[in-house]
Ligand binder design. Structure first.
Ligand SMILES: [Fe+2]
Length: 466
């Protein structure tokens, strides 16, 4: 096995540095004491992620192979760096009670070649998701540059007059603008203001002409928005594909078992703005940005600014939210057990979605998450790495996924036998989130849902019969 050296750069992480093409990091996350950063905590004026960054420290080299790794579901170690923990927790939105995650940072290699280092990294990623429900990966210089450019475009877009933003809607795709209060989670309006980017298909494209659900143009406001967003999405797409290949190694399944689904993947992005908690339009629940839910695809790569607002739930044996069986929206929203994910400069976070849970027979669990409103407006990106719209997914039955880890979901034998058609799953999720959108109304008025049953919509690479 390739020798792997460790060079940690975060207080609680262990970074594994191999050759440049085989860099990885095994991380150990810890949490602050329960209730840390509890109700009433506010953000000091001027606080930003730099404060957390200043606490980074280089610690002695660690040989990860000789260092005991926490087992999934193992009790977390107590915090080892209270100063760091305390600084990260100060960005938590007021009124929320949660532990504070302190996550290490994985470095994803420039190329995934199937080396011993790649396999070790894949196993470490899977282990970390099973333990924490979320991982952090380092942005490359190119990622950071494109993310900052996209973030600037996002700020310019959301600062436009409401009528200008509202015009960015398409009746055939779910791409475009979603006003604060328009999205609904568990029957309650969310305060998030969103620009969704889906596959940008013009009206002459065969799938659009054939009226396939959700297929249509992306109603960009201008090239000032489009150019940086497309560039950022493209690099995230490449990063997502590398991650998926690493997950295959981590699960001990053959190369291609997951990536065969992402040819012409239905990848999409949500560009997000959250108003400050005292600057909402009163349509939603006080202090709530987005209600608890799981995401619907394979995984989500996210970037956030330095404000803070994301909360997740760690995998628990008695919590198996399965959106494809029953809506996970609103579940456990007000319960204890949430973990705050503070902003960390220079990283993307990655959480898992419903389709990864389904494919792995619960070996990897979709991560429930929610967003709280903070004292300042907050900007974020969520890039969804997805199967093809036409893919019919079947649970894996090799490697780590050969035995179901829970009977509480995937229990519907029909669903397991027939598989899940991703396009139908996606369409249902968006119809549920946007019941009043023109796209939903047109879908129903033109009876497009029946098209989802056609063989060409359930065969990857098939083209519509026009
Ligand atoms: Fe989400």
């Amino acid at each position: 096995m390739t020798s792997i050296m460790a060079r940690p750069v975060l207080p609680l992480g262990r970074r594994i540095m191999g050759s440049r093409s085989s860099r990885a990091m095994l991380n150990t996350a810890s949490y602050g004491p329960p209730g840390f950063g509890s109700a009433g905590m506010t953000i000091p004026p001027g606080f930003n992620a730099k404060a957390a960054q200043q606490l980074r420290a280089v610690v002695p080299r660690v040989n990860p192979e000789k260092t005991p790794q926490p087992q999934p579901h193992q009790q977390q170690q107590p915090p080892r760096d209270n100063a760091h923990n305390s600084a990260l927790g100060k960005t938590m939105p007021p009124g929320y009670k949660a532990q504070v995650a302190q996550l290490g940072v994985f470095e994803i290699p420039e190329q995934v070649t199937g080396s011993a280092g790649d396999k070790a990294l894949g196993k470490a990623l899977v282990k970390s998701w099973r333990q924490e429900g979320i991982i952090q990966i380092a942005m490359s210089d190119q990622h950071r540059r494109l993310m900052e450019s996209a973030m600037a475009a996002s700020r310019r877009f959301f600062a436009k007059p409401p009528a200008e933003k509202a015009a960015c809607v398409d009746s055939q795709s779910y791409a475009g603008y979603i006003a604060s209060g328009e999205e609904v989670t568990d029957g309650i309006a969310d305060y998030s203001e969103i620009f969704t980017i889906t596959k940008d298909l013009d009206l002459a494209e065969p799938r659009v002409r054939a009226r396939w659900p959700c297929h249509g143009p992306c109603p960009w406001p201008d090239v000032d928005m489009k150019t940086p967003m497309v560039a950022y999405n493209d690099v995230l797409g490449a990063e997502g594909e590398k991650l998926l290949r690493l997950v295959e190694y981590g699960l001990d399944v053959a190369p291609g078992e997951l990536t065969r689904y992402t040819r012409d993947g239905w990848h999409h992005t949500r560009v997000l703005r959250f108003p400050p908690r005292n600057g909402t339009n009163g349509r939603g629940k006080e202090g709530r940005g987005i209600g608890s839910h799981t995401d619907y695809g394979l995984f989500v790569i996210s970037a956030q600014d330095d404000v803070g607002g994301l909360f997740i739930r760690r995998p628990k044996d008695d919590e198996r939210f399965a959106n494809w069986e029953k809506s996970a929206a609103g579940l456990r929203e007000d319960d204890d057990g949430w973990v705050y994910v503070p902003p960390v400069d220079g990283v993307h976070t990655v959480i898992l979605g419903d389709m990864m849970q389904y494919l792995t027979r619960n070996y990897l669990i979709a991560t429930p998450h929610k967003v709280g409103l903070n004292t300042r407006e907050r900007f974020a990106f969520a890039y969804f790495h997805e199967p093809s719209f036409q893919a019919v997914l079947k649970p894996l039955d090799t490697g780590c996924c050969s035995v179901p880890t829970s009977e509480s979901s995937s229990s519907d034998k029909k669903v397991v036998d027939e598989g899940i058609h991703y396009g139908t799953h996606f369409t249902r999720m968006f119809m549920r989130n946007y019941p009043d959108r023109v796209t939903t109304k047109r879908l129903l008025a033109e009876d497009r849902l029946r098209l989802l049953e056609r063989p060409e919509l359930r065969t990857m690479g098939a083209v519509p019969a026009l």
